[in-house]
Design a protein around this ligand. Structure first.
Ligand code: KG4
Ligand code: ZN
Length: 349
């Protein structure tokens, strides 16, 4: 069953927009997304996400399948974003689109559509970095937020800490191997849970009767750096599953999921708080798909309250991939005037 939802409409207004209204497109992975934002990019008038369910039976995203599904769906998703915002294509003043990083075929579908729409109307085009988009989701959640702040981006493809200033993102640390979301997806597959793994592991963990029964390693936790590593966690799960045997694993699934999830949450929250301390951050942002995780949100919120640190975590629907965050990032990204963007390309990294 295909899913197509409006994930966040801040306010519905009939007409009277300040030009130029932004139409944003995001197709970097397995979500086909379009959104309309007001001219300063801090208010979403519509935000449509079509999550491709075609990948579920493969237990992971298949790049070729993703590109084809974007191609089939994007027109309809853009149309719905315009309809939901009650705005005509002619009222759009700028087109924003994710150009990197992501699956190259998937990115190219969005970029080609964006170029076509912009060129036909002689509009400027704003090429957006997906990671900057995840950070910019925080501006939609709290329009009063301004840099500087420290941001943790934890998704299926990336796990990194940034110092965010008016000049952009400065990398403070990142994962040496798997991303946090990738570790959750792979762990869920080993446990025979569904895809995507993050919500599946959380669902199983919520039934744990002894969430501390199984302890999993938190790599680099006492190292004085701001990096992450999740490959050892995966290996540790593999050995535990072998040692327990099939029947016991079935019985212990909720406790195993809870222990595994707790290790990911501890790794992320420890390094975020360390970054806040080292960089004397006036505010923290947590974003990316894994920031939708309830346990991570609870842990970080509690720690920030204790320390009196301002924290912005976008609502779960703005943490996972969406186009509103791309439009929000576009508001602070240089637009390329018509027709200079025809030669720009997408990049996987
Ligand atoms: O940001 P995102 O939607 O796409 C990428 O840019 O990768 O992140 C997807 C990742 C997946 O690994 C998924 O398992 C994870 O975010 N995720 C979650 C939750 N929802 C999505 N992880 C933990 N808890 C969740 N509720
Ligand atoms: Zn993402």
């Amino acid at each position: 069953m295909k899913k197509c939802t409006i994930v966040e409409v801040k306010e519905s207004v009939a007409g009277g927009y300040n030009q130029p209204v932004i139409l944003a497109i995001e197709t970097s992975c397995d979500d086909t997304c379009a959104a309309v934002l007001d001219s300063n990019g801090r208010r979403a008038l519509s935000n449509v996400v079509h999550t491709q369910t075609e990948h579920e039976r493969y237990g992971g995203v298949v790049p070729e399948v993703a590109s084809r599904a974007h191609l089939e769906r994007l027109d309809g998703v853009v149309e719905k974003a315009l309809t939901d915002a009650r705005i005509d294509l002619d009222e759009i003043g700028r087109i924003a689109v994710t150009v990197r990083p992501g699956l190259i075929g998937a990115l190219l579908v969005g970029l080609s559509a964006a170029k076509g729409l912009a060129y036909a109307r002689k509009l400027p085009l704003v090429p957006v970095n997906h990671l900057e988009g995840h950070v910019a989701a925080a501006y939609l959640a709290d329009p009063t937020l301004e840099p500087p702040f420290v941001a943790l981006i934890a998704s299926g493809g990336h796990t990194a800490l940034y110092s965010v200033t008016a000049g952009g993102l400065n990398l403070l640390g990142q994962t040496f191997d798997d991303a946090a979301g990738e570790a959750l997806d792979k762990g869920a597959r080993m446990l025979g849970l569904g895809f995507p793994g993050g919500p599946a592991i959380s669902g199983a963990a919520s039934n744990a009767d002894d969430p501390e029964r199984y302890e999993f390693p938190v790599a680099l936790k006492d190292k004085n750096n701001l990096d992450f590593s999740f490959s050892g966690l995966k290996t540790s799960l593999l050995y535990k599953l072998k040692a327990l045997g099939e029947e016991k694993v079935r019985e212990e699934l909720p406790n195993l999921a809870a222990g595994y999830e707790a290790a990911v949450v501890e790794a992320l929250s420890r390094k975020l708080l360390r970054a806040a301390e080292i960089h004397n951050a006036p505010a923290l942002v947590v974003a990316g798909g894994v920031a939708a995780n309830a346990s991570l949100r609870r842990t970080v919120t509690g720690e920030c309250e204790r320390r009196g640190i301002r924290l912005v975590i976008p609502p779960p629907d703005l943490c996972t991939d969406n186009a509103a965050m791309i439009g929000a990032a576009a508001a602070t990204t240089l637009a390329i005037p018509f027709p200079d963007y025809l030669s720009i390309n997408a990049r996987s990294v």
